[in-house]
Design a protein around this ligand. Structure first.
Ligand code: ADP
Ligand code: ASP
Ligand code: MG
Length: 405
């Protein structure tokens, strides 16, 4: 069956005309389409504000039920628009869509997909419109939501389960760029990206694709096409293929610059060396989004997390502290995080020095740095993020030709 998944992000469903436009696009597709939708515009943010104004400690189950209504509304609205065009369509929630997750409210992970009803719907010539960002907990049967941006992951998971030819991610930019095009005017669209490079960009903050969606696609070998919902232009293919690197650049190749704001740094003191592995394993939980972990001799550990994840991390730390894995914990921030993504990085490479010199020359105060083979990340004051991204992009990406032609 020639089937594609088309996922429409919140920005592509923000009002009546955009919903109608998405419906026309689906109606014009050659083969069968399964649509996956996010909540309209900034509906999820508005609901989070609503909950926070009602209580400082929202009950996780109720919060998930509230947030899930955003995608339910847009799925039904898109199905209405399709039916209006004469394209028979039916909206499906996570239960009918067969999206099964673990039980972690707010950042659940998809554990299996059994889209029996969606297959039946396609077979009868209908377009299924599936709610993104939500699932049903395998154990309790409760509704769960995935991490922010999780509709991308729903789309990829359905593409894998339905053996779709591709997973198209329609959004408000023309593809994946060498930096956020809203921040860096010189950023260039990439035609082809490997899963590994895209995963590092997403982990660094390139919100154009949710990190978990790239991991899922890599495991299940789902080709992703990130493209604009308003133009016909080809976007960026994210696949298992690695774009050919320019000759001579195998040892140090920059792919893009990613950034995040609202980051917090946590320092653990009095770390018991015997408990190091236990601490590292607890912090490695992908739901916590812990990054830039460094071991400061002899008994300190430092890491960076999104401010939004602090409560979850505090919960994990409370358990470790009562087991005497460490004695003290100090939080600081907010701060920005800027990452140069590429290949062949190592601590002693002259390019690492060049990166630090570039930032210093433009007045960026670097507070922490970690160097991994595929990503160099630094933290800096939030007001330095724009300068850091702009100048690193200019230094490492402006002169190189676009890869992956
Ligand atoms: P959607 O609502 O379609 O899911 P998102 O806001 O989640 O859209 O993702 C699209 C946004 O990602 C763009 O508007 C852009 O500002 C941002 N972005 C960040 N980094 C990049 C990048 N490297 N390439 C493209 N877009 C990026
Ligand atoms: N609506 C959810 C969010 O804003 C999921 C998504 O957009 O993919 O995070
Ligand atoms: Mg998104």
């Amino acid at each position: 069956m020639n089937l594609v998944i088309q996922k429409y992000g919140g920005t592509s469903l923000g009002d009546v005309s955009r919903i109608s436009h998405a419906a026309k696009r689906i109606a014009a597709a050659d083969g069968s389409v399964v649509a996956v939708v996010s909540a309209m515009g900034s509906a999820t943010d508005a609901m989070l504000d609503l909950a926070r104004n009602l209580t400082a400690t929202p009950h996780a189950r109720e919060l998930d039920l509230l947030l899930s209504t955003g995608e339910q509304a847009s799925a039904a609205a898109l199905a209405l628009a399709l039916n209006e065009l004469g394209v028979p369509a039916r909206s499906f929630g996570a239960r009918d869509g067969g999206i099964i997750t673990d039980g972690v409210h707010g950042c659940a992970r998809i554990v299996s997909v059994d889209p029996v009803r969606i297959r039946e719907c396609v077979a009868t010539g209908h377009v299924p419109v599936v709610t993104g960002f939500q699932g049903i907990a395998a154990d309790s049967g409760e509704l769960t939501t995935l991490s922010r941006g999780g509709s991308d992951t729903t789309a990829v998971a359905l593409a894998a389960a339905l053996r779709a030819a591709a997973c198209e991610i329609f959004t408000d930019v023309e593809g994946v760029f060498t930096a956020d095009p809203r921040l860096v005017a010189e950023a260039r669209k990439l035609d082809l990206l490997s899963y590994e490079d895209m995963a590092e960009l997403a982990a660094g903050g390139a919100s154009v694709l949710a990190h978990s969606s790239v991991e899922y696609a890599s495991t299940h070998r789902v080709p992703i096409h990130v493209r604009s919902s308003t133009t016909e232009t080809a976007g960026t293919w994210v696949t298992g293929l690695r774009p050919a690197a320019p000759l001579g650049s195998e040892r140090f190749t920059a792919v893009g610059v990613a950034h995040r704001t609202a980051q917090l740094r946590c320092r653990l003191d009095g770390v018991d060396p015997i408990a190091l592995t236990t601490i590292a394993a607890a912090l490695a939980d992908p739901a916590l989004h812990v990054d830039m972990v460094s071991h400061l001799a002899p008994c300190s550990l430092r890491f960076v997390v999104n401010a939004a994840c602090r409560d979850q991390v505090d919960g994990v730390l409370a358990g470790l502290r009562s087991a005497e894995a460490f004695s003290g914990c100090h939080w600081s921030g907010p701060m920005g995080k800027v990452s140069l993504v590429g290949r062949g990085f190592c601590t002693h490479h002259p390019q690492v020095r060049l990166l630090l010199d570039t930032l210093r020359a433009h007045g960026v105060t670097v507070r922490d740095m970690t160097v991994q083979a595929r990503r160099i990340s630094i933290t800096c004051p939030e007001h330095d993020v724009l300068d850091a991204v702009t100048h690193l992009h200019r230094m490492f990406l402006d002169s190189t030709p676009a890869r992956g032609m």
